[in-house]
Design a protein around this ligand. Structure first.
Ligand code: GDP
Length: 611
């Protein structure tokens, strides 16, 4: 075991091989606390190791470990998931497991997400299913957009239910998954029969595969001229989706979302896929657990969250914790706007009674009482703040510091959206934009609801652009933005937002220039002219030479002048702007020391587009 070093006069404590646990995103102050030393010692030590970090800033896993090693501590960095598991365990809780044994399990409906390329009919399909569902016995159909709904379909003479998540597209799906939420059992892939497999179709397939969930293919728009459902089947086979009729295990259903054709067959295919490929069971007799799929702040009702119950039964009056929000279920509404007293597994309900707006993908747990709910929420909240800090602060080493100060350009953004899911999806997509290291995207604030004066003030203070997704400015926010010169951009389509931000980021990059050779020439003779000095009589060998262009001179393979310019150019007695290969010309070069036999390489600097 190596002895703790004394680095630059700092005597570090000796861990003697002891293991300590630190939360991901911990600071040096946290570290110091754990090992009973002064934070300033660790700051100094790390500085000597080449990193400059303040005591309260979050540091990376590697840095914690590296520093630990120097002192003979074994540092175990605890992930947020581990930490949360431990937090729940300390209250004797566990998320994600059904209590009891097999006898306690009952079949639950499949939960479905609709994905596919833009304009292939995802939204229309969700609408059609919503409106054509008569099994429910509700007059007027589904009226409330709560982010999910349940429909009924008869399969083999039995009524079966399916839950649809109402946010089409794989971004929302993946954003939730990124938070560890497994909300979707089956993906319905919508492909327009008159268009075929497109980039987002492939993306959707990849996302579903990554989540390891089966796909049911809805071949849409078969009412359109030029629709070729067979072509779609062929194309998708290349992505491993082989139709049942060809011996594969993927159900393909030809539909028209617009004309309401074959929708029941699609629903049936979903149920059959669930029965054949999945085992969807849950224990309804336990404290409810679930996931928030949508949440927003309602002016009149306060925070409302749509919860998908995953196991157990959620009841009015239950004490709940959802992410870092907590409260008691005051009221539950279904997609028809009806009050419900309890919600069984796979049922989405809109819940009122939380103290704040949770995030999409946050888990819900029913707990013993309000006190436990509050304690869990508070601890998560504290952790979230630390983690956010860690995400924002980029570690800067001493070597980089100069470069960073000089080079880095920042694009600061504030995101506002109509619900937590869309804000998160947008944030995730934006953070995934890949550009050069020279520019950095910072999301300095995010939230649900209209663009407010507070948002504008923050934007003005930090040179940020505000992005409004499906929301507008309220009150005097627009006026204030004009005064302060704050740019507010509104979008209704995520892709548009991403594209524009991406171009903005690319626009911030300094242009890259590349040398492009335009011709070569050789000096064959020298003439002395008293007025202009030495004239090089040249033969243009390749390409062309151009007046005012830059030239590199080489003699016997050695560069003698890197950036000479061609100050004047003549063909015979006439001034020329260009002389092509195969012709003789006379040049006056800015570099005087020329000789017969010198090679002239003429080049220009062209801007190359960034990829
Ligand atoms: P999304 O971007 O995938 O959500 O696509 P939309 O649901 O917004 O549909 C895009 C366009 O295709 C809309 O104009 C729809 O009316 C149209 N559309 C959707 N399904 C069908 C269909 O089955 N047949 C026809 N002819 N048009 C459809």
């Amino acid at each position: 075991m190596k002895a703790p070093k004394v680095v630059g006069g700092v005597k570090l404590p000796d861990g003697k091989g002891q293991t300590i646990r630190l939360a991901r995103g911990a600071s040096l102050a946290d570290f110091a606390d754990k090992i009973n030393t002064e934070a300033s010692q660790l700051v100094q030590a790390l500085f000597n190791l080449g990193e400059m970090v303040t005591a309260t800033a979050s540091v990376s896993d590697e840095t914690l470990q590296l520093l630990g090693e120097e002192m003979n501590f074994k540092v175990e960095v605890v992930s947020p998931e581990d930490e949360d598991r431990e937090l729940l365990e300390s209250f004797d809780l566990q998320f994600g497991e059904d209590e009891g044994d097999e006898d306690d399990l009952e079949r639950r409906p499949a939960v479905v997400s609709v994905m596919g390329h833009v304009d292939h009919g995802k939204t229309r399909l969700l609408d059609t299913i919503r409106h054509s569902n008569v099994g429910s016995g509700e007059a007027g159909g589904i009226t409330q957009g709560i982010g999910a709904y349940q429909v009924e379909v008869e399969v083999e003479d039995k009524p079966r239910k399916i839950t649809f998540l109402d946010t089409p597209g794989h971004e929302a799906f993946t954003a939730m998954r990124a938070r560890g939420a497994k909300s979707t059992d089956i993906a319905v892939l919508v492909v327009a029969a008159d268009d075929g497999v497109m980039p987002q179709t492939v993306e959707a397939i990849n996302h579903a595969k990554a989540a390891d969930i089966p796909i049911v293919v809805a071949v849409n728009k078969i009412d359109k001229e030029g629709a070729s459902p067979e072509k779609i089947r062929g194309q998708l086979t290349e992505y491993g989706l082989v139709p049942e009729e060809y011996g594969g295990d993927t159900q393909f259903v030809d539909i028209s979302a617009k004309q309401n054709i074959n929708i029941d067959a699609l629903l049936e295919a979903i149920v059959l896929t669930a029965d054949l490929q999945l085992e969807l069971f849950a224990n309804p007799e336990m404290d409810a657990q679930g996931v928030a799929i949508e949440a927003h702040l309602d002016r009149g009702r306060g925070p409302v969250a749509t919860i998908l119950v995953q196991r157990g039964t959620l009841r009015v009056g239950d004490s709940i914790v959802v992410g870092d929000a907590h409260g008691r279920v005051r009221r539950m509404l279904d997609e028809y706007g009806n009050d419900v007293e309890e919600a069984l597994p796979s049922r989405p309900v809109q819940v009122q009674g939380l103290d704040s707006v949770p995030g999409a993908g946050d888990s819900l747990l029913v707990v013993e009482d309000d006190r436990v709910a509050r304690q869990i929420a508070n601890q998560r909240n504290a952790r979230k703040r630390n983690a956010l800090q860690a995400k924002r602060k980029k570690r800067i080493s001493l070597e980089d510091l100069d470069a960073v100060l000089k080079e880095t350009q920042q694009l600061n953004l504030i995101l506002k959206g109509d619900n937590a899911g869309s804000v998160e999806a947008l944030e995730d997509s934006l953070l995934n934009i890949e550009v050069d290291d020279e520019v950095e995207l910072n999301i300095i604030d995010r939230g649900v609801g209209a663009v407010t004066e507070t948002n504008v003030t923050l934007a003005a203070a930090s040179d940020a652009i505000i992005i409004g997704f499906n929301v507008r400015a309220e009150g005097k926010a627009t006026e204030l933005a004009h005064q302060e010169g704050v740019d507010i951009r509104y979008y209704t389509v995520i892709y548009d937002a991403i594209n524009e931000v991406e171009s903005a980021l690319k626009g911030m990059l300094k242009p890259i220039y590349e040398e492009k050779e335009i011709g070569t020439a050789e000096i064959r003779q020298l003439f002395k002219a008293s007025a202009v000095g030495l004239i090089a009589g040249c033969m243009v060998e390749t390409g062309k030479v151009r007046r005012n262009a830059t030239a590199r001179l080489t003699r016997d393979g050695n560069v003698i002048a890197e950036k000479a310019t061609i100050d004047s150019l003549r063909r015979g007695k006439d001034d020329a702007t260009e002389v092509a290969a195969g012709y003789e010309c006379g040049m006056v070069l800015s570099y005087p020391d020329i000789a017969v036999g010198d090679q002239i390489q003429v080049y220009e600097m062209v801007e190359v587009p960034r990829t």
